[in-house]
Design a protein around this ligand. Structure first.
Ligand code: GN1
Ligand code: MG
Length: 358
């Protein structure tokens, strides 16, 4: 980013262009993130632009985060919740050039990772996300806005997929034929979800909805969990959203961009660490029904992510940025491979869960 573009923006926060340095950081698909260093006092901040194509109502995000931050401050004053810093005018965001920006505190001596290389990272990250939901257990979820409608609604994602399939060019359908068949075949996951959806034992909770490892800060020296970040999708949801996305992203040594599918295997110790870390906070809160759905959470979210990538491929790659034409199809294949591993290892994974619960 040219500093000239940001001048007005950084002035909203009381900085001047000649006393800050900006560096683009982060690996997310959606928002742009910069490290802002104030040359005057050597303090660091995170400056982030909200992608309003994805988040149509940035105020919904800002208000959700504020409501949760206020609640946590009142009930758990020691809990580190990195909410945005207000502008000099007291606004939650700075509006600039048709975009919305926010400034966040930079948490010193922490690291965010794109991949996990130790089970402790899985345990600590899962513990952090579990802790957030636990602390918000009594929080009234109905006051939160939905920042992306249908975000983790698998039935709706499936509809989007069939819609894209009906509209897709023939050559794309031929290229994706096998993956499309696999996607259709797994519809039973939606039916299974529906059989629980309205149960009182499967309540709405405050969910982060994007629990990949890069969204939690770990201590640089000890790898202990420090706090969760990237709070745009903090909104009501089912517990499967958070635990499922951790299972999706922590248990395999390779990311959704890996094209060598023989590498897509489940690391059982990471699975165990993830479930253990989550339950270290949530075991006393989850209902018996939710506990039955622990493994299902992974299947639900992996299937949904596979459908999302496939849908995007069939729609001409309008959502997920790509570096080559079939990348979203490859990502879908990768996720379907992971899904097949979850089914294949079902028995042993369920045994691990039982052991973690006992
Ligand atoms: C997006 O922005 P990023 O990379 O954290 C997406 C998630 C997906 C993820 C897949 C708002 O997250 O739901 O799981 O890509 N976020 C949004 O990599 O769509
Ligand atoms: Mg994100």
């Amino acid at each position: 980013m040219e500093l000239s573009i940001a001048e007005e923006l950084i002035e909203a926060y009381g900085f001047t262009a000649d006393t800050v340095s900006l560096q683009q950081i982060g690996s997310g698909h959606i928002n742009q993130t910069y490290l802002l260093s104030s040359l005057k006092d050597n303090k660091k901040y995170i400056l982030q632009n909200i992608n309003t194509e994805v988040f149509k109502e940035p105020f919904a995000i800002a208000n959700n985060i504020k409501a949760v931050a206020d609640y946590l401050k009142e009930h758990y004053p020691d809990y580190l919740f990195p909410a945005p810093i207000t502008t000099l005018n007291g606004d939650l965001m700075a509006h600039h050039d048709n975009g919305y920006w926010r400034l966040l505190p930079f948490v010193e001596d922490t690291s965010a990772f794109d991949t996990l290389s130790e089970t402790k990272q899985a345990y600590e990250a899962a513990k952090q996300f579990g802790k957030l939901s636990r602390l918000l257990n009594e929080f009234d979820t109905s006051i939160l806005s939905i920042t992306i409608p249908g975000f983790h609604d698998l039935a709706w994602r499936y509809e989007q997929f069939t819609f894209a399939l009906n509209q897709a060019a023939t050559n794309l359908k031929i290229t994706a034929n096998e993956v499309i068949e696999t996607a259709l075949h797994h519809h039973f996951i939606i039916d299974y979800y529906r059989s629980y959806e309205r149960s009182k034992e499967f309540p709405d909770r405050v969910m982060h909805h994007d629990t990949k490892i890069s969204n939690v800060l770990l201590s640089s020296s000890t790898n202990s969990g420090v706090c969760v970040i990237d709070l745009d999708t903090l909104m009501p949801g089912k517990f499967i959203s958070d635990l499922g996305d951790m299972i999706r992203t922590y248990i395999c040594a390779f990311s959704e961009n890996e094209t060598d599918l023989t590498k897509i295997e489940i690391r059982l110790p990471y699975f165990e660490a993830t479930v253990k870390g989550y339950l270290s906070e949530m075991a006393s809160i989850l209902t018996p029904t939710e506990k039955e759905l622990i493994l299902f959470s992974g299947k639900y979210i992996v299937y949904m992510q596979a459908l999302r990538f496939l849908t995007d491929f069939l729609s001409g790659n309008i959502y997920y940025p790509i570096t080559y034409p079939t990348q979203n199809l490859d990502r879908a294949k990768n996720q379907f491979k992971l899904l097949s591993e979850l089914f294949e290892d079902e028995k042993i994974l369920q045994d691990i869960i039982e052991e973690c619960l006992s």
